[in-house]
Write a protein that binds this ligand. Structure first.
Ligand SMILES: Cc1cc2nc3c(=O)[nH]c(=O)nc-3n(C[C@H](O)[C@H](O)[C@H](O)COP(=O)(O)OP(=O)(O)OC[C@H]3O[C@@H](n4cnc5c(N)ncnc54)[C@H](O)[C@@H]3O)c2cc1C
Ligand code: SF4
Length: 328
């Protein structure tokens, strides 16, 4: 492991000041970053511990929820307002990792966790453009069962591993960040990048920008939401495909729908083509399947992951069917 200094920030301004020095990294629960330090994939010269920053979950006057970035994943999933109003988020968090990891992991760290592509972690033996830009990508012609089917590039076919982010994408979550130049907000769907020819650039944040909070806007009163994840084992496994859905149906017609997919792309994939196909139309299994097929029409599966296309179509259809009360 490369030597680094450690400092615990007492407030956001101090964290940003320390984070702007040299090659510093913010440290949340450390459940992802410490592995990368051990493998020397990440080599910061300083760690700025941000677990002492805001971990409150505040209900605001307009009904939205403001979640401090240091909130532990378990605390967020157990929060009564999250469980009752945003079940898609509670379910997504509980579908990830293990209870012990969720107790340690923070919201900020979950959002910025890095891919689980095995070639990325094989620092000694595999070529990886994300780890070493320009080196090549051994996953493209390698064993790529878990890799992307949407929005990938020749440079990188990795997927984003977070379950929580898929729910946040479907909930139109807003990310609050603070940097040297001040504070700003951005939609979660604009935080992560597709790989293009620079898969090492994973987000639209500057190097020292700190996530301070995640905001959940209110949901329509009649909307129902859920999350479904398909994986190789029932626990302790990342998604092959997952779906987060919010649906409001009135008199058999889709009034509101928001869909996001996990396990299929370099970022949580907001399924806007499917949403457009569904809005204002019948809430039927036939319509749900047609919309899912429209979303997956551009899929470009690799040698080992063609099954993800039909799997995604079936999960979308089943999840919307459940929310609409249709048997799937
Ligand atoms: C065995 C195992 C299984 C797992 N399974 C799943 C799974 O099924 N689903 C799933 O979604 N996840 C899974 N995870 C990943 C887990 O959810 C993440 O490790 C965790 O959420 C990261 O949170 P953390 O606070 O520990 O982040 P850290 O490891 O501390 O940090 C992660 C990254 O975020 C940055 N960071 C942290 N906080 C901030 C901030 N406030 N602002 C800016 N940058 C910040 C760090 O610099 C680092 O780059 C698994 C992990 C393990 C080890
Ligand atoms: S898919 Fe991306 S992360 Fe995996 S080896 Fe290729 S470049 Fe690296």
């Amino acid at each position: 492991m490369t030597p680094f200094t450690y400092a615990r920030a007492g407030e956001a301004a101090e964290a940003v000041r320390l984070g702007g020095m040299g090659q510093a990294k913010y440290l949340g629960g450390g459940t992802s970053l410490v592995d990368l330090l051990r493998e020397t994939i990440e080599q910061p010269d300083a760690l700025v511990d941000v677990t002492g920053l805001s971990s409150t979950i505040e209900m605001r006057a307009d009904g939205s929820l403001l979640i401090g970035a240091a909130t532990r994943n378990s605390a967020l999933a157990e929060h009564p307002v999250v469980r009752s109003r945003y079940p898609v988020l509670a379910r997504a968090i509980l579908a990830g990792a293990s209870a012990q990891i969720r107790n340690m992991a923070t919201v900020g760290g979950n959002v910025l966790q890095r891919t689980r592509c095995s070639y990325f972690y094989d620092n000694e033996g595999s070529r990886c453009n994300k780890r070493s830009p320009g080196q090549g990508c051994d996953a493209v012609a390698g064993f790529n069962r878990i890799h992307a089917i949407l929005g990938a590039s020749e440079a990188c076919v990795a997927t984003h591993p977070s379950d929580m982010c898929v729910a946040l994408a479907a909930l139109d979550a807003i990310v609050h960040v603070r940097g040297a130049g001040g504070s700003r907000t951005l939609p979660l769907t604009a935080l992560h990048r597709l790989p293009g020819d620079r898969p090492d650039l994973e987000t639209t944040l500057d190097q020292s920008e700190l996530i301070t909070a995640i905001e959940l806007p209110t949901l329509p009163v009649g909307a129902r939401s859920t999350y479904r994840k398909v994986r190789d084992r029932a626990s302790y496994a990342f998604a092959l495909v997952s779906v987060a859905a919010v649906l409001e149906v009135e008199a058999g017609v889709v009034r509101q729908v928001r869909l996001a997919l996990g396990g299929v792309a370099h970022k949580p994939w907001r399924a806007r083509k499917a949403e457009a196909a569904l809005l204002g139309g019948p809430a039927s299994l036939q319509a749900f399947r047609a919309a899912a097929e429209a979303e997956l029409a551009d899929a470009a599966p690799l040698r080992d992951n063609g099954f993800k296309v039909e799997l995604a179509i079936r999960i979308i259809t089943a999840v919307l069917g459940d929310l609409a009360g249709e048997a799937a």
